[in-house]
Design a protein around this ligand. Structure first.
Ligand SMILES: Nc1ncnc2c1ncn2[C@@H]1O[C@H](COP(=O)(O)OP(=O)(O)OP(=O)(O)O)[C@@H](O)[C@H]1O
Ligand SMILES: [Mg+2]
Length: 373
């Protein structure tokens, strides 16, 4: 699929933009603070209805305005789709999302119309950040291909909250511990479903990521991703998940009563990512972190293609810094081979890095305006 046209009104420093893009490589060239990241963010916003940066809709609105619009025309194997999102800062229902001019009620209904894979500097947190970053990576991928998973996660969080509430009361001797049994069965079933789904998707993503890592490093780096149950138990698919979860629940029962909080379950799981046998988080170099995140993103491209039949749009913000020539060449080669739509930001025109036969469209960005070259 590809984004044929983008319209912006009052989105960050873009007061008004109407632009056609190439179905292949779009290079966004501009000095610092001109609007390169804002444009990438706007495309991402159109795909899932929120930003990936810690910004609320109000902060995405141009400083001198009280509303913004992001619209686009997406083409895929089945035809074209028009997406429109409008945010107003002065009404009760302040966000309106339309797919082909029909209003939708939930963000989830937007998913799948424009699927994007984003690499942003923040994504290095997948390696360096807390376990929640790695769980989110997996959960977001799953939610995009099976929307029911999102509902399941929400249900799990509700049960988790109820369980925590009861545990707090038990810890303060305000209720009997028998009360918890009602929730435990549901908690176990939910946990089991979530962990099984995560393992299923991880089993697809891991070989693809390994392949991409080997490709980017010309065979020098072997990547391993393992699912870690409750912070210390590596598990594989087809293990006796439910029994393992039950064993964890029993193991922590006493401590949960004392501390008044749930100490096991998929909200405490993690992924262990290692390179040539070493935990990347503690031993990896900056370039290795970056390469691995890219390998994950390129693997996601293949994963979505396998699930939906179409490649998503690739958004690469500030990707080339810290990559040596070999890794950079391998990255660009991989993109060029796939014939996908890609947006890549840069502060200097580096179009010479691409193969001569690649269709490139260059845009210069200055103070929230785009000039095609
Ligand atoms: N809500 C907003 N309204 C108006 N302008 C905004 C808003 N939010 C951010 N900006 C402006 O957008 C500019 C940053 O744009 P952006 O992050 O896209 O820069 P960039 O081209 O990616 O730069 P760099 O090369 O440094 O990453 C900021 O300097 C800020 O002035
Ligand atoms: Mg930027």
């Amino acid at each position: 699929m590809y984004l044929e046209k983008l319209y912006l009104i009052n989105y960050r420093n873009y007061l008004s933009l109407e632009n056609n893009f190439s179905a292949q490589v779009n290079i966004l060239i501009g000095n610092n603070a001109q609007g390169k990241t804002n444009l990438i963010e706007a495309i991402y916003y159109l795909s899932i209805g929120k930003s990936y940066r810690p910004a609320r809709d109000l902060q995405l609105t141009n400083w001198n305005a009280d509303y913004f619009c992001v619209s686009g025309l997406v083409r895929n194997n089945f035809g074209k789709t028009k997406l429109d999102i409008t945010y107003r800062n002065n009404e009760q229902t302040n966000k309106e999302i339309k797919v082909n001019s029909s209003k939708i009620n939930k963000n989830a209904e937007l998913l799948g119309n424009l699927t994007t894979i984003l690499f942003a500097p923040e994504d290095l947190n997948i390696i360096k950040g807390p376990p929640s970053e790695r769980r989110n990576l997996l959960d977001n991928d799953i939610a995009q291909v099976s929307p029911a998973y999102n509902t399941k996660l929400q249900q799990y969080n509700r049960i988790l909250n109820q369980r925590n509430y009861l545990l707090r009361k038990i810890a303060m001797n305000q209720t009997a511990d028998k009360q918890l049994d009602v929730w435990n069965q549901q908690f176990l079933e939910m946990s089991n479903d979530i962990v099984e789904k995560r393992l299923e998707v991880l089993e697809k993503l891991t070989p693809l990521t390994r392949l991409m890592q080997r490709r980017l490093t010309e065979g020098q780096e072997n990547l391993e991703i393992r699912y870690i149950l409750n912070k210390d138990k590596p598990i594989k698919r087809n293990s006796e998940i439910k029994n393992l979860l039950l064993a964890e629940m029993n193991k922590y029962r006493g401590e949960e009563f004392k501390r008044g909080i749930t100490l096991c379950g998929p909200h405490r799981d993690d992924l262990l990512i290692s390179l040539n046998g070493n935990d990347l988080k503690y031993y990896g170099s900056q370039g290795q972190h970056r390469t691995t995140v890219l390998a994950v993103k390129l693997a996601e491209l293949e994963f979505f293609k396998a699930e939906s039949g179409e490649y998503p749009v690739l958004l690469l913000d500030d990707v080339l810094s810290e990559l040596d020539q070999q890794r950079r060449d391998q990255l660009l080669n991989t993109i060029q081979e796939k014939n996908i739509q890609c947006f890549i930001t840069t502060t200097e025109d580096n179009s010479f890095l691409w193969h001569k036969n690649t269709t490139l469209q260059k845009f210069h960005i200055s103070e929230g305006k785009l000039v095609t070259q």
